[in-house]
Design a protein around this ligand. Structure first.
Ligand SMILES: C[S@@+](CC[C@H](N)C(=O)[O-])C[C@H]1O[C@@H](n2cnc3c(N)ncnc32)[C@H](O)[C@@H]1O
Length: 249
């Protein structure tokens, strides 16, 4: 906890880019203003927000250790603000495939899937109860081509990798340790075309995650990295200048 407070203070101190000021690339400027800062006021479908809010109050057990849905959603799921950003990113890029590592109860899945409803989404979850809860959520909300893969992330990602086209959107939100995180991003980058986008959650959650983030943003394939503190975004387009942005979101 102390580590995160320390890093957050540092994040605020080092902020250079607010609302896209000082950005020269029109593509990046548009991404920052329209998608990150939502200048067009895009809203998620009301059904998505209603489901999310209902789950925040749901006391039924889920995911083991006697924990409730409410506990998991409040402590381990993406926040409503960051989930809405996932929705806008999916909507903006309209990728050929979405890959989610760490389904949890399916909250982030819901926001991604409704952002680009006709895009196949493969989501991996290792906990049986959560995977089945998420599958029920997907079917209740009648989401499009979403597949929840239950099993170990390393194994399931290896199965899915050959199917991933160049223009994909990946959201890495599970197994938050240095080695797996670096290895997942590396494997995804090997599949990536220029239009691929990789989002990592909890990039400053621990020293290991912070190290993983620093490493992946230093790779030449990463043209632009956007550090929002709780989340980081990697853009790979070769026409972008190498830039490492820190933004107050
Ligand atoms: C932070 S939660 C995901 C939350 C979800 N993305 C959301 O925002 O609603 C991370 C999930 O990753 C799963 N996970 C962690 N390590 C894993 C592994 N090695 N294989 C499969 N699943 C794993 C956990 O069971 C947990 O449900």
């Amino acid at each position: 906890m102390l580590w995160r407070i320390f890093k957050y203070t540092g994040h605020l101190f080092h902020l250079r880019h607010r609302k896209g000021h000082g950005i020269h690339s029109p593509y990046l400027f548009e991404f920052l203003s329209r998608v990150i800062f939502n200048s067009e006021g895009v809203e998620c479908p009301p059904m998505v927000r209603q489901e999310h809010r209902a789950l925040k109050k749901d006391l039924t057990p889920a995911g083991g250790e006697g924990r409730s849905v409410r506990f998991f959603v409040r402590h381990s799921s993406v926040s409503e603000k960051h989930a809405a950003l996932l929705h806008r990113i999916a909507r903006w890029f309209h990728p050929e495939m979405m890959v989610e590592l760490g389904t949890g109860l399916g909250i982030s899945t819901l926001y991604l899937a409704t952002g680009s409803p006709d895009t196949p989404l493969h989501s991996i979850e290792g906990n049986t109860e959560r995977a089945s809860f998420a599958a029920q959520l997907v079917s209740r909300c009648m989401l499009g081509p979403v597949s929840i893969h239950w099993g170990d992330m390393d194994e399931k990602l290896a199965d899915i990798l050959p199917l991933i086209p160049g223009r994909f959107l990946a959201y890495v939100d599970g197994n938050h340790h240095y080695e797996p995180t670096v290895s997942y991003v590396k494997s995804l980058m090997e599949r990536a075309g220029e239009e691929a986008v990789i989002i990592l959650d909890d990039i400053h959650w621990s020293k290991g995650m912070n190290r993983a983030w620093k490493e992946v943003i230093s790779w030449p394939e990463t043209r632009v990295s956007i550090d929002l503190f709780h989340m980081g975004i990697l853009l790979l387009r070769k026409d972008l200048q190498h830039e490492q942005l820190k933004i107050k979101f």
